[in-house]
Design a protein around this ligand. Structure first.
Ligand code: HEC
Length: 128
C-alpha cells in the first residue's frame, strides 16, 4: 500500500514538472509568426464578409490590410542562411492574388478571394 501511494505521488510530481517545463519552453517560442498568420486569417474572413455585401463594400479595408500583412511574412519568418526561393515565390504569389482581388470588380470578388485562399494553402502545404 505504501509503495502504491509513493508511486502515485511520484507520477503526479513528474506530470506537474513536465507541464511546467513545457510551458517554460513554449513561452520562449517567438509568437510573431503565429500571431501574424492569425491576423491574416482574420482579415481574409473580413474580406469575404465584405464581398457578400451589396456593392461588396470593403469599408474595413481588409484587402489593403492583407496587402500590408503579406509584406510582413518575410519579417516574421526570415530566411535562415540562404534565401529560400520557393518560400519567396509563395509570398509573391499571395501578394499578387491579394492585389488582383482588391482590383477586381464586385462580380469577380468572391472568385478572386478563393484564389487568395489557394495561395495560402499552397504555402501551407510545403511549409506549415
Ligand atoms: C509564404 C508562406 C505562407 C503563406 C503565403 C501563408 N502562410 Fe499561413 N502559415 C505559414 C507557416 C510557415 C505557418 C506555421 C507558423 C508557425 O507555426 O510558426 C502558417 C500558419 C498559419 C496559421 C496557424 C497559426 C497558428 O496559430 O498556429 C494560420 C491561421 C494561417 N497560417 C493562415 C494563413 C492565411 C489565411 C493565409 C493567406 C491569406 C496564409 N496563412 C498564407 C506560411 C504561410
Amino acid at each position: 500500500m505504501r509503495h502504491a501511494v509513493t508511486l502515485i505521488v511520484g507520477l503526479l510530481v513528474g506530470i506537474i514538472l513536465s507541464i511546467t517545463a513545457m510551458r517554460v519552453l513554449d513561452s520562449r517560442k517567438d509568437a510573431y509568426p503565429e500571431a501574424l498568420m492569425n491576423v491574416i486569417k482574420h482579415e481574409l474572413i473580413a474580406a469575404n464578409k465584405a464581398a457578400t455585401q451589396p456593392a461588396c463594400n470593403d469599408n474595413a479595408n481588409a484587402l489593403d490590410k492583407l496587402t500590408l500583412l503579406s509584406n510582413d511574412i518575410i519579417t516574421a519568418m526570415p530566411d535562415e542562411g540562404t534565401p529560400d526561393r520557393v518560400f519567396h515565390q509563395y509570398i509573391d504569389n499571395l501578394h499578387g492574388k491579394v492585389l488582383a482581388a482588391s482590383q477586381s470588380d464586385c462580380t469577380q470578388r468572391k472568385q478572386a478571394l478563393t484564389e487568395v485562399k489557394h495561395a495560402c494553402d499552397d504555402c501551407h502545404r510545403d511549409y506549415r
